[in-house]
Design a protein around this ligand. Structure first.
Ligand SMILES: Cc1cc2nc3c(=O)[nH]c(=O)nc-3n(C[C@H](O)[C@H](O)[C@H](O)COP(=O)(O)O)c2cc1C
Length: 226
């Protein structure tokens, strides 16, 4: 499965099988995390075989069942690093999908188990990404928005094909409560600007990083400049 196929196959999965992820797959994920952490200054950590954050039994968080693994998405405090958390986190999500794993970004419905990951005084946990072998593959989220809702054309030509491909991939991306509060503006000379829109829910900068990751993969980096 390619990363572009993973964009189509991926859906949030909240119910997991009691099946450990193989050591080779964990080490491939860890390798990608190490590269990202070195390049970006993020401090993403893998938490394995630890159900506390999604404790099953009497207390359950959201609609989650059987979550034993997650990524602790730790980064520098403040909103500045949120877009990177989204952009690089989604690269890991798509890579996990190509390995036959499922995942779900989680900002709210989990317990922040501070003993499970490390952070300095200058860092915070932004959110987590549950992962493992899903009991199902999830379902396609309702697509309430179309290209005209999220894209603006500031050129005097129609949207090029690569731009439409990028927007369609952005519309398939996970966003908090499926809000899709962002806008892609196409300028002359194939320059693309991506911005957040206001949301009472928040998470718009993490969402923006996620949709930029999808856009870039589908549109092709060679076709445009941010
Ligand atoms: C930043 C972020 C935070 C999220 N937080 C939660 C959450 O707290 N609980 C939950 O069940 N899903 C959460 N989600 C998953 C979204 O609800 C889901 O991505 C969206 O409904 C679209 O569905 P899809 O991922 O299947 O395409 C979150 C997604 C993102 C990107």
């Amino acid at each position: 499965m390619t990363l572009e196929e993973a964009i189509i196959a991926r859906h949030s999965v909240r119910d997991y099988q009691n099946r450990p992820v193989e050591a080779e797959k964990l080490s491939a994920i860890q390798k990608l995390i190490d590269t990202i952490n070195q390049e970006t200054g993020l401090n993403i950590q893998m938490v394995i075989n630890n159900p506390v954050a999604f404790a099953s039994g009497i207390v359950t968080y959201g609609k989650f069942h059987g979550v034993n693994n997650y990524l602790a998405m730790v980064g520098p405090k403040g909103r500045k690093s949120d877009e990177s958390i989204g952009y690089y986190g989604e690269q890991i999500v798509l890579m996990m999908q190509t390995l036959g794993l499922n995942s779900c970004w989680v900002g709210q419905t989990f317990k922040n188990d501070k003993s499970a990951y490390q952070r300095t005084d200058k860092e915070e946990l932004k959110c987590v990404i549950a992962f493992g072998y899903g009991a199902t593959q999830g379902i396609q989220h309702p697509q309430k928005k179309t290209i005209t809702d999220v894209a603006i054309n500031k050129t005097n030509k129609p949207f090029p094909e690569w731009f439409e491909r990028g927007i369609n991939a952005a519309l398939l991306a996970p966003t908090a409560v499926n809000q899709h509060k962002y806008e892609f503006v196409l300028h002359e000379e194939n320059r693309v600007e991506a911005k957040t829109k206001f949301s009472w829910i928040g998470y718009t900068h993490i969402d923006l990083g996620i949709v930029k990751c999808h856009f870039e993969l589908a549109a092709g980096k060679e076709n445009f400049k941010w």
